[in-house]
Design a protein around this ligand. Structure first.
Ligand SMILES: [Zn+2]
Length: 253
């Protein structure tokens, strides 16, 4: 009898022991190979698709508007203009509007900036074809066509007409629409952080031969977080270079 009990006890110990060993082996075998397998087979991150959205449709967030590429039609009016809930230079004015997607991004960006005591204001957003006509004609009348073309877009050629572009300034209005804005805390913050919210500084320093415009550290353009981040990470400064467009220093005529 004693022998039988001893034998059963031995069998139980053996069974439990082998189950335990099998379990631990099973555990280690199932965990490690998967890590190995994944590290081998996770594909390299796919290349950024620069043709995901149209570059010519005026309602596309990737539309390229410059001196060689007017809006088509030139009288385009965005369908979803709204007033962003941010400090506005001229509350209620038509030019304080942006397309909904850009307005939301600006609200988030200005709120994030305010948390760091950077107080930004929208100086100018959407400009209609007729407003741009007035603006441009005013420049031509006072300063001549050459100066006008360097400082203001011709009607139908302004990125502001897309509702995706905005001029930004400090609430203090320090360096309002002047290049010294780049040296203000607000201008520095904007240059360093706007891409996180989908905006780029559209007319960078020394970019006139490509963009057709002098340095405008205050002029931002919404292209979405993915594209703005891609440009930032690859140090691409202009939309023309990013999307493979030829330089547009001048109008065709
Ligand atoms: Zn502007």
């Amino acid at each position: 009898m004693k022998k039988i009990i001893a034998l059963i006890t031995l069998l139980i110990i053996a069974a439990v022991g082998s189950w335990y060993i099998a379990g631990s082996l099973n555990h280690s075998h199932s965990a490690q190979p998967i890590v190995h397998y994944q590290s081998k087979l996770v594909p390299k991150q796919a290349a950024f698709n620069k043709n995901l959205y149209s570059h010519s449709d005026p309602s596309s967030i990737w539309v390229v508007v410059n001196k060689q590429n007017p809006l088509n039609p030139v009288t385009y009016i965005p369908a979803d203009l709204v007033f962003p809930t941010v400090p506005l230079r001229v509350p209620g004015n038509e030019t304080m509007q942006l397309r909904r997607v850009a307005a939301l991004a600006m609200e988030q960006m200005f709120a994030a900036a305010a948390k760091q005591s950077i107080n930004l204001m929208l100086a100018s957003g959407y400009r209609s074809y007729s407003y741009q006509t007035e603006l441009y004609d005013g420049y031509v009348a006072t300063q001549g066509k050459t100066v006008a073309d360097a400082q203001s877009a011709r009607p139908g050629y302004s990125e502001h007409q897309t509702g995706l572009a905005a001029d930004v300034e400090p609430v203090s209005r320090n360096c309002e629409v002047e290049q010294c804005f780049a040296t203000t805390p607000e201008g520095i913050w904007l240059a360093n952080n706007s891409y996180k919210y989908g905006f780029i500084i559209r007319y960078p320093q020394n970019g006139q031969a490509i963009t057709g415009y002098e340095y405008e550290p205050w002029h931002i353009r919404y292209i979405g977080v993915a594209a703005a981040t891609e440009m930032h990470q690859n140090h691409v400064l202009t939309l023309e270079q990013f999307f493979g467009y030829p330089a547009a220093p001048h109008y065709a005529n």
